[in-house]
Design a protein around this ligand. Structure first.
Ligand SMILES: Cc1cc2nc3c(=O)[nH]c(=O)nc-3n(C[C@H](O)[C@H](O)[C@H](O)COP(=O)(O)OP(=O)(O)OC[C@H]3O[C@@H](n4cnc5c(N)ncnc54)[C@H](O)[C@@H]3O)c2cc1C
Length: 425
């Protein structure tokens, strides 16, 4: 990272964005002994529109990457709330409560004795915590630096950024795009465009004092008929807060002419199963919206001197809207390949293509299944049928629980035989 005469900064690797994808990439690079620069246009803490739910996948990734990060999370009870399961509410109003683990701490009373399988935390707190775990010895952090353009040079990519009212340049041999939805790297270097069929619009708000939350902080997904294939959610947070929101695929929202912000408020104030739970609730802050680039389509994730991670790579689960786990998973893969490229001094598109292969080898099966589930969710009768069956049958509930722990089991849901066996029980 020597300051050269021509550029304000020079580095082999530059990460653009310090959300979960960029920060995880940075932590993994530091652990591999690779120095780098990481930019973010924000200074932390900063808000990020999200449901704030962190699944078992995130927990598993932290366990492998650095368990001390997870221990820090569990220690800060005012910022992180452990969650032990998920409640699905079918279009017919029937609920299905699924613990994230088979014993789930429910029957054994394990709550409090073993770490929670998932957690919920405002991204304001979580992202700030994660950025605080970056290693200043190997990561040159440039926050408040907005990357505005690139120029391909023979020996690298020239990054232009704005900071403190001024202008800066950085020459990087490799750029890792971690700027989330609307990432400048995805747009300018990879040529990605927003595709309404593979994109979801989401809004969220915070409320205090919502009634009827599950005693083990289950997150709630309400598949209301009028919002299908999207859903309304209620996720509990520390300090008696909840994160409430609605997400719906953009193509559907356009076709059905749904204004999702109005749909969320209508659900809170008018829905017969929901409104009573909000009768003492106090809104906190504004309702905010943001986009979710879904992983329901394969894209090019790398090219000459660049790779995309997280939302910049469109890796959000198309059924659940969960993106943090895949953002982190892709960050770890990107760090691995970046290290190899750095060792071999080869940042060509041919070399980096390996990144796309590994990412899709790891994630495509799951993303494809979620795409199927997303389509099934458009059929309220099938959704009702599955929830009714599962409510009556402990082994079906156990299979679903296992799916949160063992991702291979999710492939069962893709097989027609699974539904046939359900039909005949
Ligand atoms: C309404 C909604 C609800 C969601 N709910 C959940 C949920 O409950 N659970 C879940 O797992 N996922 C959820 N997601 C998805 C999740 O928010 C994303 O998948 C996740 O934030 C992706 O992380 P990321 O690091 O790729 O991008 P981001 O978190 O968006 O981080 C990108 C970073 O890049 C920076 N940046 C952007 N452009 C530039 C630039 N030009 N120069 C410098 N810095 C830049 C930004 O400031 C930001 O800090 C939700 C998304 C939405 C919109």
């Amino acid at each position: 990272m020597n300051k050269s005469h021509k550029y304000d900064l020079e580095t082999d690797i530059a990460i653009i964005g310090a959300g979960p994808a960029g920060s995880t990439t940075s932590i993994a690079l530091s652990k591999a002994g690779v120095r780098h620069v990481i930019f973010d246009k924000a200074t932390f803490p900063r808000d990020k529109v999200c449901g704030d739910a962190f699944s078992g996948k995130v927990v598993q990734i932290f366990k492998k990457l650095d368990p001390s990060i997870l221990e820090g999370i569990y220690r800060e009870e005012s910022k992180f709330l452990g969650s032990w399961g998920i409640t699905f509410v079918a279009p017919n109003g029937k609920s299905l409560h699924i613990p994230f683990k088979l014993d789930g701490g429910l029957n054994t009373g394990n709550k409090g004795k073993e770490p929670p399988p998932g957690f919920i935390s405002r991204r304001y707190d979580f992202d700030n915590y994660l950025v605080g775990r970056l290693d200043p010895d190997s990561a040159d952090m440039r926050f408040g630096a907005n990357v505005v353009g690139f120029e391909h040079l023979d020996h690298g990519i020239l990054i232009n950024y704005r900071q403190n009212g001024g202008h800066g340049t950085c020459l990087a041999r490799l750029v890792i795009g971690a700027g989330g939805d609307r990432s400048i790297v995805a747009k300018k270097l990879a040529g990605h465009k927003m595709e309404p069929e593979h994109y979801c619009a989401g809004v969220r708000a915070y409320y205090e004092n919502v009634d009827g939350l599950h005693e083990q902080n289950f997150i709630e997904l309400h598949f209301l008929r009028e919002l299908l294939p999207g859903y309304f959610w209620i996720f509990p947070l520390p300090n008696n807060l909840v994160n409430v929101g609605v997400g719906m695929r953009s193509a559907k929202a356009r076709k059905k002419e749904v204004n999702i912000k109005k749909a969320m408020l209508h659900t809170i104030h008018e829905h017969p199963d929901i409104k009573d739970r909000f009768k003492n609730a106090i809104p906190q802050g504004e309702i905010k919206g943001w986009g979710l680039p879904l992983g329901s389509k394969r894209r090019n994730l790398s090219g000459n001197r660049f790779m995309l991670v997280g939302d910049a790579a469109s890796l959000i689960d198309p059924f659940t809207g969960e993106g943090i786990g895949n953002a982190m998973a892709s960050g770890i893969i990107a760090a691995d390949i970046a290290k190899e490229a750095w060792q071999q001094r080869d940042f060509s598109s041919e070399f980096l293509r390996k990144y796309d292969e590994v990412v899709y080898k790891e994630l495509w099966g799951e993303l494809k299944l979620s795409r199927t589930l997303q389509k099934l969710a458009e059929l309220p009768w099938l959704f009702n049928f599955l929830v009714n069956k599962a409510r009556k049958n402990q082994s079906i509930r156990d299979i679903i629980s296992c799916m949160f722990e063992d991702l291979d089991l999710r492939t069962k849901l893709r097989s027609p035989g699974f539904y046939l066996r359900l039909l005949v029980n």
